[in-house]
Design a protein around this ligand. Structure first.
Ligand SMILES: Cc1cc2nc3c(=O)[nH]c(=O)nc-3n(C[C@H](O)[C@H](O)[C@H](O)COP(=O)(O)OP(=O)(O)OC[C@H]3O[C@@H](n4cnc5c(N)ncnc54)[C@H](O)[C@@H]3O)c2cc1C
Length: 431
């Protein structure tokens, strides 16, 4: 076989100016005076957020809606942030949360809904109708469009992120207010939140960073234009490796192929990629064809959870706190769940109730552990071990997938976790 080798409370009363930047004594620089970067200034804010990804932007937007001052510092230029293709599968409960806060306007009008996926085991598809089992569906909406929408919300609130402002030094605030420093700027805040992704500078200021589990394979991924929009997610479990086609906006799709860890994307011509995709997904004349491959990359598959999400007056949310593989489409959803909990906890804190913030670490590490377990379960289901008999493993996978396609308790649990049924658990009082 030719396989490749190998409910936020209402407004909070600010102690400062009508524009809300000032929460303490000292010079105040208004964001409007700064231009695109933060160079040469000392800034004061209530919540300083590092990173303008989904976690940082949702947190900033919801805090601003509740009257808590938040300032986002982003190392990259705005254009780069607005055009980075990544996630696309958004849980039902995350969309409900964004909708309830007026942050899902374009998502609701332009996003697509999907309620089933096909798992093709050794060429034979099995349909999992998770929409029928849960009564709700996924949303398909590209991450960079959600990021654009959230940036527009912060623009309208008069507080866009400070772009081109890399944070290089973090004082987590053990004996006083936490501070962030970068080239020519310092930010003094009441709380700092690291939403700065996998290479988090904020996490590096914590006493322990934890470790990532490295999986023994990678995923070649591509953004491709298809001959028609994809009508549902398709996964392949195959002797040559995993493959998937995930819908994105219109005729765009994200493709995945299991490849050896550390593979150079340049060694995969578009022809080779499409041949392997066809082989693993099986022939289906009704399926839209790939018209053009637009960009390719190889993802390192790793996972792990930081030992603590809270140190001094500094907190973590999103990929800085936990790294998941792209399996199951959970990273951005978990990141927005963190942001939702933290927004609620910080608003309560500013109203004089510190209990939410005190329980944040415990609550969100428990959610991260559950989500990571689900994501690893999917990874294990979809990949075969090179040490075991492929035929026996394919039989096992088919049986397992058929159970998930049924209506028993295992299928109901899987469907609920996969689609993100219910509501984001926000404001749960600490036990
Ligand atoms: C190919 C792919 C597909 C995916 N598909 C899905 C999916 O379908 N569903 C899903 O839920 N998840 C998916 N994910 C995961 C999802 O993209 C991430 O989990 C999500 O981006 C995490 O958001 P975040 O805000 O925590 O971090 P990020 O989006 O990584 O944002 C962090 C930001 O911090 C900035 N930053 C970093 N360091 C600094 C610094 N020192 N100073 C200032 N700024 C800094 C970065 O420039 C960046 O803008 C996918 C990921 C990939 C790669």
């Amino acid at each position: 076989m030719n396989c490749p080798v190998g409910g936020v409370p209402g407004p909070v009363r600010n102690r400062g100016t009508a524009r809300g930047l000032r929460w303490d004594e000292g010079p105040v620089v208004l964001v409007d005076e700064l231009g695109s970067g933060a160079g040469g200034r000392t800034l004061r804010t209530q919540v300083a957020i590092v990173g303008a990804g989904p976690a940082g932007l949702v947190l900033a937007a919801v805090l601003r809606q509740s009257g808590v001052d938040a300032l986002v510092l982003e190392q990259r230029a705005r254009g780069d942030v607005e055009h980075q293709y990544r996630a696309g599968v958004i849980e039902h409960r995350v969309v409900e949360y964004l909708r309830d806060r007026g942050l899902a306007g374009r998502l609701l009008s332009e996003g697509a809904r999907h309620g089933w996926c096909d798992v093709v085991v050794d060429g034979e598809p099995v349909r999992i109708d998770y929409g029928a089992l849960t009564g709700v569906q996924h949303w398909i909406y590209p991450q960079h469009m959600l990021v654009q929408d959230l940036l527009a919300e912060l623009d309208a609130a008069g507080r866009p992120p400070l772009f081109d402002s890399p944070v290089t030094e973090v004082d987590p605030g053990l004996d006083g207010p936490p501070r962030l420093r970068g080239p020519g700027f310092e930010v003094v805040a009441e709380h700092v939140v690291g939403c700065d992704g996998v290479q988090s500078a904020v996490l590096r200021s914590f006493p322990e960073q934890g470790e990532h589990r490295q999986h023994p394979y990678g995923w070649l991924t591509a953004i491709a234009e298809l001959t028609a929009p994809v009508d549902g997610i398709r996964y392949a479990v195959h002797e040559c490796g995993f493959a998937a086609v995930m819908p994105r906006s219109g005729p765009l799709a994200r493709l995945y192929l299991q490849v050896p860890a550390g593979e150079d994307p340049a060694s995969w011509s578009h022809e080779r990629l499409l041949d392997q995709l066809e082989l693993r997904l099986g022939a289906d004349p009704g399926r839209p064809r790939v018209a053009e491959v637009l960009e390719t990359d190889v993802l390192r598959l790793r996972s792990g959870i930081a030992p603590s999400f809270h140190y001094g007056r500094t907190l973590l949310a999103g990929d800085s706190a936990h790294v998941l593989t792209a399996s199951g489409g959970k990273g951005m959803n978990l990141a927005i769940g963190d942001a939702a909990d933290l927004a609620d906890s910080l608003v309560r804190h500013h109203r004089g109730d510190p209990s939410g913030l005190a329980g944040y670490d415990r609550r969100r590490r428990a959610h991260a552990a559950n989500t990571l377990a689900f994501s690893e379960e999917m990874l294990e289901l979809m990949h075969l071990s090179p040490a075991e008999d492929p035929a026996a493993q394919l039989r096992d996978r088919r049986e397992r997938v058929e159970r998930l396609a049924g209506t028993g308790p295992e299928a109901v649990r899987f469907a609920g976790q996969y689609v993100g049924a219910g509501q984001l658990p926000i404001g749960v009082p600490p036990a």
